[in-house]
Design a protein around this ligand. Structure first.
Ligand code: GRF
Length: 189
């Protein structure tokens, strides 16, 4: 059994889909939801879905010994980022090599990097006149949105699509693919 934790800073729609997908799963268990924000919607979702959660504020992420001890005690084998806006500290990336993955709401390497999250991404895609967009699921390294790509899926953008419409199309792809890609990735390592 692999124990995974979800890291999220926002509403947690992906977290919810992932938690539901892995209920009663044979090899993967979502054991913890972690947020850096007390007000993050994902915490309510975790409670509703019966998954333990904790808040680790931004300043505490540099406390290497405490952080590693916490995750060791909880026997965490890997992390799923689902809208987590803090940079993952290098010591965690080193300790959990290949076992921290993220989803980005565009087709990397375009439209990624610091500050590229949420609506900004879709706005940039629209402004660039792209005819398609999509999702990228990748390993996490020290640079935002730069780790090895595991999976991409795309959808088309119509000239009449606004940022909201693009966001909905991308979110649909996220919910369809992220759980299955997590399953495949953690089976293979
Ligand atoms: C998603 O668009 C994901 O690609 C990005 O953050 C967003 C999280 O959305 N990394 P939600 O909180 O899961 O709805």
């Amino acid at each position: 059994m692999k124990n995974l934790a979800i890291l999220a800073s926002g509403s947690g729609s992906n977290a919810e889909v992932i938690i539901r997908y892995f209920r009663n799963h044979e090899t993967i268990r979502i054991v913890l939801v972690i947020s850096n924000k007390v007000e993050a919607g994902v915490l309510e979702k975790a409670e509703r879905l019966g998954i333990p959660s904790m808040v680790i504020p931004k300043k505490c992420w540099q406390e290497e010994t405490d952080i590693l001890k916490t995750f060791n005690n909880k026997q965490i084998d890997g992390f799923i980022l689902a809208g987590f806006l803090l940079q993952v500290p290098p010591f965690l990336i080193e300790r959990y090599s290949k076992r921290i993955i993220n989803i980005h709401p565009a087709l990397l390497p375009k439209f990624g990097g610091k500050g590229m999250y949420g609506k900004q991404v879709h706005q940039a895609v629209k402004m660039a006149g792209e005819s398609n967009t999509g999702i990228t699921i990748h390993e996490v390294n020290e640079v935002y949105d730069d780790g090895e790509i595991i999976f991409q899926a795309s959808c088309s953008i119509l000239p009449t699509d606004d940022v909201e419409t693009i966001a909905l199309k991308v979110q649909e792809l996220e919910h369809i693919h992220y759980p299955k890609v997590i399953e495949g990735h953690f089976k293979s390592i």
